[in-house]
Design a binder for this molecule. Sequence first.
Ligand code: TYD
Length: 198
Amino acid sequence: MFVTFEGLDGSGTTTQAELLRQHLEEAGRDVVLTREPGGTELGERIRELVLGGPEISPWAEAALFAAARAELVAEVIQPALERGADVVCDRYLDSSLAYQGIARGLGVDRVLALNVNAIRGILPDVTFLLLVDPEEAQRRSGPPGDRIEREGDEFLREVDKAYRELGSAFAGRITMLDASASADEVAKEVRDRLPGLS
Ligand code: TYD
């Protein structure tokens, strides 16, 4: 099973990915938890470049995220799925579709086309989209830590809208959850919606 978590910074993707990993491990499953951008040596270096560096052009940004993702799929995700492990990933393809495709205006289809070879056609079985008001997300995530978080309120609202559009467009794969509840309550929702668990 390949599960991803998506949402604004401050929506709780990292917490929920970790809680799901714990739950799956307690159920005796082999689990690999990873994150984007990052999760590999190259990915962590790209993370520094894309989030820590100066302003870069939108397609360079999209291509760097896709490169980090290609490495993560080749080195971590595909091998884990092939040996029968579960993979839980904090952000994946939909982050690029929301942030670069819609909020940056590059186009969902074009960003999808950029990524499709990079991910070797490996799509998540289930994607949990954690929805919180942008203001609440900002409050939770505290002062902006990276270049994308410093984009400001309007960009944040664009990303929120973008995620909701993706949630409707890919309703079969993406499960939208109200993430304004406590972490434990959201985690329970996640477990309830995963077939064969809970
Ligand atoms: P994240 O790792 O969630 O941030 P944090 O360091 O707070 O844990 O994500 C880093 C930022 O990168 C986040 O603002 C979303 C953005 N991002 C994209 O714009 N496109 C992508 O494809 C990915 C994976 C992340």
